[in-house]
Design a protein around this ligand. Structure first.
Ligand SMILES: Nc1ncnc2c1ncn2[C@@H]1O[C@H](COP(=O)(O)OP(=O)(O)OP(=O)(O)O)[C@@H](O)[C@H]1O
Ligand SMILES: [Mg+2]
Length: 638
């Protein structure tokens, strides 16, 4: 079991509601400004002994590879030319033995390198995933899902390929080339010198290829991310596309991106085409030099035929690396482009961070609250539910010029019910997202139990403030698991508890009427359920979490009035310790609240109880009368 799993289990056992983020394998700030190889090294570190083993086997393999041609030369000279036929069997047996060792060692180091690459990538992907959980809404508002998916899949695979295969191929090429050339120098320096004349050309060509390939790989990678995003959006929004008969339009859009992806790949192919033939040509010139000059030296008696045969056997060792260098450089640049993208993800900064001493400072504040003797004194792990907005203004970080909330100032005690009413776009959802600290206020403070939301440990805050979001999201899992998603382990396993929560949310009866009841698997995002059913399930999920502050953002908008009234009755029957914040467009959803806020263009324009607001004959009264008219009209059959 990994070190991180152990930590998660210990944490959840002692404090199931307070599961901290798992530590990352590597601190993202480590080697932040260094090259890609140095950056990836800490991910590889635990497997470096395996790499050392692979290097030993690699050396054995290359030593065998360099020795076998020498024996071939001996065989020609001693057996064929000089007629020592008795040595034929020995030399053949020796060659067989060396070949077996070579094949065995090659297989061994390839397996070890594959394991090394897989393990390193495992750590890297885990860190990427962990980072995603750490990042805030602002990051996800800006980054396309397809782009994130590319970083987790194709980019990490490019790195795996480089670690597991390209790494030893490059070393192999260099060792083979230099080693073969050295042995060739020993055999015959004249021919070796002639062959080594091509080296500067190889260097120039590979450098040119590498420089041009880097931006091309980066562009390909971005184009693929954009293509992935488009496909991902279309799969998710397939119902909208079909409903609006926009298939041809979407296909056209897809074709554009697909064309772009193809064009960029072709650019890369053209770049390769500019260099590869020259590299291939250089490879061919090596053969030409060996046969031409070598043949001449043998004829003139400066070299034995055996040495020429040995030379010829060594030729593939310098010819292969020359031809392969172009492909390896492409792989290397793909590795670099992927590293840049993954490093950007890992070093992305979340605006919402926990103060390092959050736990301690909350403990101190709680001790003071206990001494003062509040009605529901909080504990460091349990919020009691008092909410106060102290002259809060807010603008989204990506649009700081447009204020969304302006001077919001109100307070509700723990266990109270707050209703928020307002036209669409007034800022209701934004207001409640500040309580969970999905964003921080631009001005002013949001105080939970008298402590600034920024001072609470994030896990405590988020596990105690539960938002039933406007756009319901369900996992493709059983209904029971969806409801128990946020609950601690014991509660999630307790069927009766899950059913009780479903009853309160008005979901029990429709769940029971489904073929497999609580074990019914819902499709992705709750496909197969009606809007009202999804809303009730997400309310049940929030209730199962047992939060101190329950926020319902338009949660019953798709539920009929009768069911809504029943849900509200159940909620009232629940213990009164929960602070409940209800955002709604219907007066009926908020009229029993202890305080109702009417929001307009990000400002509170009216506040009070239902009776006070009706008596005031203002904005609330207008809405009330319009809705009353509609309702009585509906009851009379209009
Ligand atoms: N991520 C964002 N970046 C920039 N502006 C945003 C973002 N999300 C929402 N807004 C803007 O903030 C304003 C308030 O949005 P909000 O979702 O809080 O409204 P709301 O009162 O909940 O509306 P509704 O009743 O339709 O749910 C809107 O004008 C919206 O355009
Ligand atoms: Mg909203």
């Amino acid at each position: 079991m990994g070190e991180r799993q152990v930590l998660r289990q210990t944490t959840s056992k002692h404090n199931p509601k307070n599961v901290v983020n798992l530590p990352m394998y590597v601190n993202p700030d480590k080697n932040k400004d260094s090259g890609n190889l140095r950056w990836i090294l800490p991910y590889c570190k635990p497997d470096l002994p395996r790499v050392a083993g692979a290097v030993v086997l690699f050396c054995v393999n290359d030593a065998m590879a360099l020795t076998i041609p020498l024996i071939t030369g001996m065989l020609v000279d001693q057996v064929i030319t000089q007629g020592h036929t008795e040595r034929l069997v020995h030399l053949c047996l020796l060659m067989i033995a060396l070949t077996i060792i070579r094949v065995g060692s090659r297989y061994g180091y390839q397996m070890w390198m594959e394991r090394f690459g897989q393990n390193s990538i495992y750590r890297l992907v885990s860190d990427e995933y962990e980072k995603l959980h750490e990042l805030d809404f602002t990051y996800f508002n800006h980054t396309r899902t397809g782009d994130i998916m590319s970083r987790l899949t194709s980019d990490t695979d490019a790195i795996r390929h480089c670690l597991s295969w390209v790494s030893y191929q490059i070393v192999d090429c260099v060792v083979m080339f230099v080693g073969a050339l050295c042995v060739m120098f020993v055999i015959d320096w004249r021919l070796a010198l002639a062959l080594s004349c091509v080296t500067p050309f190889i260097f120039l060509l590979t450098r040119g290829l590498s420089t041009h390939a880097h931006p091309l790989f980066y562009a390909i990678r971005n184009s693929l991310a954009s293509l992935n995003s488009m496909v991902e959006e279309n799969i998710e929004g397939n119902r909208v596309v079909k409903a609006f008969v926009r298939e041809p339009y979407e296909t056209e859009k897809f074709d554009e991106r697909n064309d772009d992806y193809m064009r960029r790949n072709m650019d890369l192919a053209y770049n390769s085409r500019r260099y590869m033939p020259w590299l291939d040509g250089l490879g061919f010139s090596l053969q030409l030099i060996t046969l031409g000059l070598g043949g001449f030296l043998v004829i003139e008696g400066y070299m034995t035929l055996g040495n020429l045969v040995s030379f010829n056997s060594f030729l593939w060792m310098i010819d292969g690396p020359v031809r392969q260098s172009g492909w390896l450089i492409n792989d290397w640049q793909r590795f670099n482009a992927s590293c840049i993208k993954i490093r950007k993800l890992l070093t992305a900064q979340s605006r919402i961070t926990e103060k390092p001493d959050a736990r301690e400072s909350v403990k101190q504040a709680v001790t003071i609250a206990e001494q003062v003797g509040g009605t529901h004194p909080p504990t460091p792990d349990r919020i009691s539910g008092e909410v106060r907005f102290d002259h809060v203004s807010f603008a989204f970080p990506d649009d700081p010029e447009t204020p969304i909330l302006k001077d919001i100032d109100f307070a509700i005690p723990a266990g109270a019910k707050l209703g928020i009413l307002g036209e669409t776009g007034a800022g209701k959802s934004t207001l409640v997202s500040l309580i969970s600290r999905f964003y921080d206020p631009t001005l002013g403070h949001v105080l939970i139990d008298g402590i600034d939301a920024r001072d609470w440990p994030l896990t405590t805050l988020r596990s105690q403030v539960c938002i039933v979001a406007q756009d319901t999201f369900l996992f493709s899992d059983t209904i029971g698991s969806n409801i128990g998603f946020g609950a601690d382990e014991d509660a999630a396993r307790d069927e009766r508890y899950i059913q009780r929560m479903a009853q309160i949310a008005g979901a029990d009866s429709f769940i029971r009427s489904m073929p497999d009841g609580y074990d019914t698997v819902v499709g992705e995002r709750g496909v197969g359920l009606s809007g009202g059913q999804k809303q009730r399930l997400s309310l049940a999920r929030a209730l199962a979490d047992d939060p101190s502050i329950l926020i319902m953002d338009d949660t019953t908008s798709a539920v009929d009035m009768e069911t809504e009234a029943e849900i509200q009755r159940h909620l009232r029957e629940m213990d009164g310790s929960k602070t409940i914040i209800t955002i709604a467009h219907r007066i009926s959803s908020v009229k029993d609240s202890d305080l109702i806020l009417v929001l307009e263009h990000g400002r509170i324009v009216e506040r009070g109880t239902h009776e006070e607001l009706v008596a005031r004959h203002g904005r609330y009264w207008d809405i009330y009368h319009k809705q009353l008219g509609l309702q009585s009209g509906a009851s009379q059959g209009f």
